[in-house]
Structure formats: structure tokens, C-alpha cells
Design a protein around this ligand. Structure first.
Ligand SMILES: Nc1ncnc2c1ncn2[C@@H]1O[C@H](COP(=O)(O)OP(=O)(O)O)[C@@H](O)[C@H]1O
Ligand SMILES: [Mg+2]
Length: 344
């Protein structure tokens, strides 16, 4: 795969009104997304990382048409999804989302077999007579026995429920799936199984995946590209090596330093990011990260750095990026090429 962009976001912004309603005073404005430009190549896996509240879920919801952007365009296979009736259009075009909480995504009073039949019939994916067979096939694809079809969601484990949600997403034959922390609420051992299922499905079905996660090890393992967000902006985008030694943005470098190391007792030399996350309703002027940045200069308060190309396949939004030695970058890129799918 890998034949041009399947998804392209240009200048996507979204604000929410928050706080109490007071007469004579407008409610505070929270800029959840600020001019997001992003391209996703067909058949590739993009990871989206960043601290809680940086806008990852808002971005995910806009991509699948659940939230409407205030500005900008979302082009999916040439169709503009930023307009009216985006959600039915997105589903019809094969865009699906898998959420963090597998239980709340399912109707507790509907047998799981019916939960999978429903989208098959609504979207007329197969003739009605063939739907039960297709339901059983989908259960099998996600590693569940078709004999579970008559169970209710509460009779399944968390991992099994998430497999049902994935089967539902797959039922409409999607080309792109957005998984928003889809394994985060599960036990660690089950998380690995669900992540492996995603990577197998990607390889077998040629799916494009957008993988939202706060777990940098997972993203490093699973993704071809990584976008790092901070307070509503993408501040760096590149290969997964930016989560190791290849970071050019000081924030990415701080995140990467905080990744728990698989070898006990071994720590990275650099400290993690210091200071508090600023209030999203009142972010710092210029570069939002400057209040926590070890390399800040007066310019950083005056001008917001654009997300500019720093190297082929690597964009960074920083006036004074880190200097990454060519040797370190070369080493990481070689390692990226070896990282095809998770081994755990
Ligand atoms: N519907 C909403 N109304 C008001 N504020 C929201 C809403 N959805 C998200 N936000 C705010 O937007 C910011 C980004 O949220 P979100 O996209 O959920 O971040 P993440 O998924 O990275 O944790 C947060 O400050 C959050 O509180
Ligand atoms: Mg979220």
C-alpha cells in the first residue's frame, strides 16, 4: 500500500465555550484545536500522542465526522467531510472509530451478534440472507467464537467487548479506522492482544490506522508516523524515532525521556518535562510550550512557530529546535525500518 494521502486535514480548528454562564460576560473560549495540518498515507499507521487535554480525542472525532470543525477542511479520499451530514457520509465512505471504553460503546440490551448485524443491515453491506454468515465471519476475524453471538455485553470480558467493537467497525468494510486509546482501559495482558489484533488487521486488510495513545512505547512499536500534540497544536511530526533520539522539539524530547525503559534499572539521562501544563483557556502567547521549555528565548513569546519541514519526512514547530546528530537520526531511521509489527 502507500499510494498517496487517504486523509488530509488543512487548517482544522475547534473551540469550545467553557465555564459558568455569567450575565454581561462571555464564557471562556477553549481552543481545543488550532490550525491542524495533517496528511495520512493510505495503508500506513499514524500515532497521535500528547498529554491529556491536548486535543487528541477532538481531532479523532473530527476525522470520523462526530464533531464539526469551526474552520478548515477534512478531505477523505477526495470527499470533504467538514460539511453537513458528515457522520453518515464518513461511515458510508468506510471511516470508523473504536473508543476507549468498550462497554459504553455497546448497547447493554442488545446481544452482541445483533450489534454486529445492525451495521451490516443498515449499510446494506451484504444481502439480508447472508448477514448471519457475515456476522459469524466477523466474530472469527476478531478472534471470538461465533457461539458468543447470543451473549449480552455484560457477559463478556473487557477484551472480548473491545473485539466486538472492532468487529462492528470492520462490518462496514472500512478503509480507515481511528482507535482512540482503544486498549488503554484494558488489563495490560489484554492490551497486548488487542494491539496485536489491530496490527494483524492492518496487515491483512490493508487498513489505514490512526492510533491515539498516551503510551509512547505502543506508538513507537505500531506506527509508521507519529504526530505529537501540545495544547491544540501539532508541534512535531515524523518517524517513530522522534520518540527516541530523533526529537527536534524540546517537548517531544521531554516526553521521550519519560518513557519507562524495558530494562529495569536503566533510565534515560535527560529529565522529563518540568512545570505544569498551562490552562488551555489561557495558553501562553507565541509558542504554547515556552513556559516549560529549556531553550526558550524572547522570540518564543512573540511569535508562534509554524510547523515547518526540518528534514525529509520530519516537521517541527520550534524557533530553536534541538540539534539531532546525523548519526543518531541515521541509527533511528535504520531501526524504524526494522520495526514492522509488534513482537509482543
Ligand atoms: N465538548 C466539550 N466541551 C468543552 N470542552 C471540551 C469538549 N471536548 C473537549 N474539550 C476540551 O478540549 C480540550 C481537548 O480535549 P480532548 O480532545 O478530549 O483531549 P485529549 O483527548 O488529548 O485528552 C480539553 O481541554 C477538554 O477539556
Ligand atoms: Mg482523549
Amino acid at each position: 500500500m502507500g499510494s498517496g494521502p487517504i486523509l488530509q486535514l488543512s487548517g482544522v480548528s475547534k473551540s469550545f465555550r467553557v465555564g459558568p454562564r455569567t450575565i454581561g460576560r462571555p464564557r471562556a473560549q477553549l481552543r481545543a484545536l488550532d490550525h491542524i495540518d495533517l496528511r495520512v498515507e493510505a495503508g500506513k499507521t499514524l500515532g497521535i500522542v500528547g498529554e491529556s487535554g491536548c486535543g487528541k480525542s477532538t481531532l479523532a472525532r473530527i476525522i470520523v465526522g462526530l464533531t464539526r470543525p469551526d474552520a478548515g477542511t477534512v478531505a477523505y479520499e477526495g470527499a470533504d467531510l467538514s460539511r453537513a451530514r458528515r457522520r453518515p457520509l464518513a461511515a458510508a465512505l468506510g471511516l470508523q472509530m473504536v473508543f476507549q471504553d468498550p462497554y459504553s460503546a455497546l448497547n447493554p440490551r442488545m446481544r452482541i451478534g445483533d450489534a454486529i448485524l445492525e451495521p451490516l443491515l443498515v449499510h446494506q453491506i451484504v444481502p439480508r440472507a447472508e448477514a448471519p454468515g457475515e456476522r459469524d465471519r466477523l466474530l472469527d476475524v476478531v478472534g471470538l467464537s461465533p457461539s458468543l453471538a447470543s451473549r449480552y455485553p455484560h457477559e463478556l470480558s473487557g477484551g472480548q467487548r473491545q473485539r466486538v467493537n472492532i468487529a462492528r467497525a470492520l462490518s462496514v468494510r472500512p478503509r480507515l479506522i481511528v482507535a482512540d486509546e482503544a486498549a488503554s482501559s484494558l488489563d495490560v495482558s489484554v492490551q497486548g492482544q488487542i494491539l496485536n489484533l489491530f496490527s494483524d488487521l492492518r496487515d491483512q486488510l490493508g487498513l489505514t490506522l490512526i492510533f491515539v495513545s498516551h503510551d509512547l512505547n505502543v506508538v513507537d512499536h505500531l506506527c509508521d508516523r507519529v504526530a505529537v500534540m501540545y495544547l491544540g497544536r501539532i508541534i512535531e511530526e515524523g518517524r517513530p524515532s522522534i520518540l527516541r533520539e530523533g526529537a527536534l522539539h524540546h517537548y517531544t524530547h521531554g516526553l521521550a525521556s519519560a518513557i519507562p525503559q524495558p530494562i529495569p534499572g536503566r533510565r534515560r539521562a535527560q529529565p522529563a518535562i518540568s512545570g505544569e501544563l498551562p490552562s488551555p483557556t489561557n495558553p501562553p502567547s507565541g509558542c504554547h510550550f515556552r513556559t516549560r521549555c529549556p531553550a526558550r528565548q524572547p522570540l518564543c513569546a512573540e511569535a508562534s512557530p509554524p510547523l515547518n519541514p526540518a528534514a525529509p519526512d520530519h516537521r517541527v514547530a520550534c524557533h530553536f529546535p534541538r540539534v539531532s546528530t546525523p548519526e543518531a537520526v541515521g541509527r533511528n531511521h535504520a531501526a524504524d525500518d526494522l520495526t514492522v509489527s509488534p513482537s509482543s
